[in-house]
Design a protein around this ligand. Structure first.
Ligand SMILES: Cc1cc2nc3c(=O)[nH]c(=O)nc-3n(C[C@H](O)[C@H](O)[C@H](O)COP(=O)(O)OP(=O)(O)OC[C@H]3O[C@@H](n4cnc5c(N)ncnc54)[C@H](O)[C@@H]3O)c2cc1C
Length: 876
């Protein structure tokens, strides 16, 4: 932590905290802040509490998370004194609930209704927020919290002539309080998202004719509303505390155990049965949690998408309508799926018609109806169910100016930047509840709201006790969090879909993935850790003192973290504490159940002559017609463990990516065969493969070497041996997280030597078994120690940020360059030593593997033209 003296003034505010919004968030904030003794003013545009549930009064409006979950947990009395009448409560019931909470805790007395906040300005000289409202009030506060909701800024319909229509016009997002009677009317509804799906069956019950204008069909599963299923109720009532806590630690804010297997790892029958179960269960999270890889693997996802399409085709009688209702151009779960009641069946009613705007787009809305390219329609009423400017709309809807005159709108012009979705640099003492970069809309929002409210209030309380009056995130912390949010999103299919999660529904809105998809529980852990680690990433300032522990809270790739957490949970023994035999057995055990890697054209096992006897090899041939270049691959395992089996998925991937034959060669292992047995075998293998390239299906003279870890050490050494022996000719060397030196003093050993699976102790164990101390600096053990690196084949060196071997990989790269060798670097941010070998497990490593494949191709094409390398270098 750095600490300095500060001369900042802290003038006295009118209230400690101004909160904007009186929905679930604002109400709980007020309750909590009041309890802590902070004077608070809540400003709300509506004339009562409720937020979403105040505004969205359209017929059929309900929650789509079971109401026993979608409710507050902070008040134990409330938990039992309020009984929900249905599994998915209607809007009026949820609104009554929030009104009940407001009454019970006498919250209304601190809420100014019909008061829209128009401007909020941070004053550097007084360290106060100055807030101006539609009522002409100016209020100063020390803290300013936007509890304005993720879905509270309706989107203006971008349809020509939308204000021309002279009949009745309704928006689902601000429905008339007195309700609407559509009896006997010709009604149009535009939009088939959640609100459209909920309201269409209800409007169809009344209207004489209902015409639905659909741009993008959505995936719906039946809600099966009714009483709360007995097993859910039993779980809740059996142990309420444990139930709520499980929700807080879960991925989506509902206590559901995630399934560990992927959709393609089970039989077709088993998968079908599970999907039928999801269809029957009526739970939204059943969709995104159907299988472990449902939102990460396109092929797995397609199985569920096709299942739902099958259901749509079975329900809807008219095949053309059914087909138009089938989503086909986005992955299921990558837009919010809907829970419906009779939605698809509504299209079987004779007076309900679907207009597919993709085939027959709207040209204009007219005074009397809607003109499409093919047809003119006349209507009595048009309902717009066109959604929201989600997550950022309400925030940038207020003129917010932070320190030094920077506006939020300008700062977020290219997409929101936040720390934890809670604060943003340059805007001291400004908080957002469920802001962009937090789980928010990807969760049961009440759980996320409670977590944010509690975090904010606990922090304010803690700061007050410490005499601190100002908190603001640093740019480093913020950039790190934005990166982490993107890292989490990028291993899923979600950013590939245009949706309101990405801002794609609002013309001109910057397209970035807005919510945090790393899970409610992991997110909570990060927020708590920030506080525990001395408010890492925050500047704190009080009277006369300013301090900061700068840094980034999550630097590992999210799937790498998951792997490390899993290893910790399974309490894997440390290899170096085992006997060599046990370590070998255990190394094989760790492979159980891992994804097999991609299919290749052909895979054959064989033997070849090594330096002192036969060596096993496995050859992977691409599916494309040969002959192909050959890459000789050496597996990792500290010269002691492993074989071609252990690196099988990586070799398959390399084969597919590089379009080359991969020959994965075994070599004699230590401690039975110590140094220099392994490099001698490796060199002999390369010799034999080069000489037999044609019979292996290869192109003579087109040969490269590659290896991972200790195998990369051998690949590097073989290149030196081949140069010194004047053959065989090697076109390139791809060294994946190589061992290049016996030296544990580099920084990467100091910072990554513990906690990232490959440890200093394990490397020491490997070296001790592999080579006598006197041999360890021999260039055939430590290739970096070679006197001369000139004349070596072009090299690509892959390093991982959290690998103890990182810096020796970089040192070899630099040494090669200095010696005039063409050498390129593929640095892998947030990865550990083993990341790239975990094909289809560490999905965030896929990009680097594409680069590696491109690099290998580049060895055989014009140097450096590997398109994979260039493509992914750009994306990093
Ligand atoms: C139809 C619908 C159904 C939903 N169903 C679910 C569900 O089943 N499960 C789920 O998890 N989530 C659901 N959501 C999301 C829902 O928005 C949240 O669950 C939750 O209600 C948000 O509460 P909030 O208090 O944060 O925001 P909101 O309820 O949106 O309240 C924000 C308040 O801020 C006020 N406000 C905004 N800007 C200003 C300003 N400048 N000045 C003054 N006041 C302002 C608004 O008037 C509003 O009252 C649904 C959303 C919609 C629209």
């Amino acid at each position: 932590m750095t600490a300095h003296s500060s001369k900042r003034d802290f003038a006295k505010p009118q209230v400690d905290v101004v909160v904007v919004g009186a929905g679930f968030s604002g109400l709980y904030l007020l309750y909590r802040l009041r309890e802590l003794g902070f004077s608070t003013a809540v400003l709300e545009a509506a004339d009562d509490v409720g937020g979403t549930w105040y505004w969205n009064r359209y017929p059929g409006a309900r929650c789509d998370i079971q109401t026993i979950d979608y409710c507050y947990s902070f008040d134990p009395e409330l938990e039992t004194e309020w009984q929900w009448s249905e599994r998915y409560a209607t809007q009026p019931e949820i609104l009554r609930y929030l009104q009940y909470v407001a009454d019970k805790h006498e919250l209304r007395r601190d809420i100014r209704f019909s008061t829209r906040v128009e401007e909020a300005v941070w004053q550097d000289d007084t360290s106060l927020w100055s807030i101006r409202t539609s009522q002409g009030d100016e209020i100063t506060s020390r803290y300013y919290v936007m509890a304005t909701g993720c879905l509270s800024m309706p989107k203006t319909p971008e349809i020509t002539g939308h204000d021309r229509f002279l009949g009745e016009v309704y928006f689902t997002s601000h429905w008339p309080h007195k309700g609407v009677d559509f009896t006997g009317k010709q009604v149009a509804i535009i939009g088939t998202g959640s609100s459209g799906v909920q309201s269409i069956p209800m409007i169809a019950e009344q209207a004489e004719e209902l015409t639905v204008f659909q741009r993008t069909p959505c995936y719906c599963i039946p809600a099966r509303n009714g009483p709360v299923p007995a097993h859910w109720l039993a779980a809740l009532e059996g142990d309420r505390g444990a139930y709520r806590e499980a929700a807080r630690q879960s991925l989506f804010g509902v206590p559901i155990e995630p399934i560990g297997v992927g959709a393609l790892q089970v039989s077709d029958e088993e998968r079908q049965a599970r999907y039928e179960g999801i269809w029957e269960a009526g739970e939204l999270l059943g969709v995104v949690g159907a299988y472990a890889d449902i939102i990460t693997n396109a092929k797995s996802n397609e199985t569920l998408g096709e299942f739902v399409r099958g259901k749509i085709r079975a329900i809807v009688n008219d095949p053309v309508t059914a087909e138009a209702l089938c989503p086909k151009d986005f992955f299921i779960g990558t837009k919010r799926p809907c829970l419906d009641t009779n939605y698809y069946a509504s299209y079987n009613l004779p007076h309900v018609r679907l207009v597919d705007l993709r085939k027959n787009p709207i040209e204009t809305i007219t005074e009397t109806g809607i003109d499409t390219t093919d047809e003119s329609f006349a209507f009595d009423a048009i309902v717009f169910a066109t959604g929201f400017d989600a997550m950022t709309g309400a925030l940038v809807g207020v003129d917010i100016t932070g320190s030094k005159g920077i506006t939020l709108r300008d700062k977020w012009a290219h997409g929101p930047e936040t720390y934890l979705g809670l604060m943003t640099a340059g805007f001291p003492n400004f908080f957002t509840v469920t802001g962009p970069g937090s789980p928010s809309v990807l969760s049961n929002m009440v759980v996320s709201i409670e977590q944010h409210v509690e975090w904010i209030c606990d922090v304010l309380d803690d700061l007050r006790r410490k005499g601190i009056e100002l908190i603001e995130p640093t740019k480093t912390a913020e950039a790190g969090w934005v990166q982490h949010v993107n890292d989490c999103a990028n291993i899923t299919l979600l950013p590939q879909t245009n949706s309101w999660y990405t801002g794609a529904n609002v013309p001109g809105k910057p397209q970035v993935f807005l919510p945090y998809i790393g899970g409610v529980g992991p997110y909570r852990k990060a927020c708590d850790e920030v506080v525990e680690r001395d408010y890492i990433g925050f500047v704190l300032e009080g009277h006369g003192r300013r301090s900061c522990t700068d840094g980034v809270i999550r630097r590992l790739q999210p799937d790498v973290s998951m792997v490390l957490d899993m290893i910790a949970e399974l309490q894997w023994p440390r290899f170096e504490t085992l006997s060599v035999d046990d370590a070998r057995v255990f190394a094989l055990e760790t492979l159980t159940g891992r994804p097999p890697g991609p299919d290749v054209g052909e895979c054959i096992d064989g033997t070849l002559p090594g330096a002192a006897g036969k060596l096993d090899y496995r050859l992977y041939r691409p599916a494309s017609p040969g002959p192909h270049p050959i890459v000789v691959y050496f597996h990792g395992g500290g010269w002691m463990l492993g074989g071609y089996d252990t690196d099988d998925p990586l070799c398959r991937d390399l084969c597919v990516q590089s379009k080359a034959i991969i020959v994965s060669v075994d070599y004699r292992h230590a401690p039975e065969a110590r140094f220099p047995a392994a490099p001698e075998d490796a060199f002999a293998a390369v010799h034999w493969i080069a000489a037999n390239a044609e019979s292996l299906g290869g192109i003579p003279g087109e040969l490269a070497v590659c290896g991972w870890s200790a195998g990369a050490n051998l690949a590097a050494v073989v290149c030196q041996m081949a140069r010194d022996a004047a053959g065989p000719a090697i076109s390139g060397q791809l060294l994946i997280t190589p061992v290049t030196d016996y030296d544990f003093t580099r920084d990467s050993y100091k910072t990554n030597g513990e906690g990232y699976f490959l440890t200093t102790a394990l490397m020491q164990w490997f070296w001790d078994h592999y080579a006598d101390p006197a041999d360890r600096l021999d260039p055939r053990a430590s290739p970096l120690r070679a006197d001369n690196l000139a004349g070596l084949p072009p090299a690509i060196i892959v390093t991982c940020e959290f690998d103890p071997l990182r810096d020796e990989g970089i040192a070899y790269l630099e040494a090669l360059k200095t010696a005039g060798v063409a050498a390129q670097h593929i640095p892998c941010r947030g990865h550990i030593h083993s990341s790239l070998s975990l094909v289809d497990m560490v999905l965030s490593g896929a990009d680097a593997r594409v680069s590696m494949g491109g690099a290998l191709r580049g060895f055989f094409e014009a140097w450096g033209q590997g398109d994979g390398l260039e493509k992914s270098a750009r994306s990093r």
